[in-house]
Design a protein around this ligand. Sequence first.
Ligand code: 1HN
Length: 350
Amino acid sequence: MVQAPTLSNLTAARDAYYERLRPRSLAPLWEVLSDIVTPTPRTEAVPAAWSFSAVRPLLLEAGDLITAAEAERRVLILENPALAGQARITQSLYAGLQLVLPGEVAPAHRHTQNALRLIMDGDSAFTAVHGERAYMHKHDLILTPSWLWHDHGNETEEPIIWLDGLDIPLVQMLDASFAEHRADRGAWPPTRPAGDAGHRWGKNLRPARTTQTQAEGNPLLIYPFEEWRETLDVLSRADDPHPHDAHLLEFTNPADGGAVMSTMSAFARLVPAGFITAPMRSTDGMIHVVIEGRGELTVDGQAFALSPGEILVSPSWAERSFRADSDLVLFSYSDRAAQQKLALWREALL
Ligand code: 1HN
């Protein structure tokens, strides 16, 4: 008579079966299904915060240990504490703080990864795209879209530090990384004599006879702080704050009205003093930089004090809410552009 299998018999029989599958590169879906198709996003990334004032001296120490040319890019990566060693702040995005000292050049290269930069400290160093220089001022947003040659230089007397936001983990996941370097490991030859230093293209203008080959992407590479800050003020005078967003602007690509780059979206936010945003979730994990003001960001019940120079990450689908004790101005970026193209982006207004 055949006995009904006991639970332990069955487990042993299944395990033996799985053992036979493994060398054939086969795996039973039913053992993993609930881990890979979750009812809601279940990210490994955790909420976290860094203070620019605490990272700055450590970054300046790196200035004594390695040159920008030697490092190619002298950056301290802001790694999500739950994703240590993976060079990522969320599962799809990278963030880092980059230092270029007076007289240094970070040599020209290009790569398929998109990059955005938010200037944290310093004034009038430059990012050059195909040799066309954009001079950087505090809290300007600068873009280096995919596959454009770019280098950075600092001809001032002060160090410059900016936050780099790139889609490195996303490109890595898609196995779509390409990169090239100039044979001489130097800067791209400037398109204009040094006497023209100080220019800064903005207001949807750039030199007509530029060598930049960016027409197919975003023709605008710099969003000056004075312009985006003023636009936030205009919005806040015109509208009541949105319950979940407060006053929220998206930086747009003037070529198509869409996100600033193919994979990343960027935002400017003003939370007026005394305002608390209603809690919400979105599938894009966001990196936030405090530009002005004080308050608190609560992410899944964890409270982070906000003051100028704080850099924070609210992971995918975490419940977030801002409280402003004084007028709070924030810059944020995320992979929303990529998710929307893939028809995956969602939010929940709570
Ligand atoms: C890069 O090109 C820059 O151009 C900064 O400043 C950080 C991190 C990984 C790959 C490329 C830059 C980067 C990067």
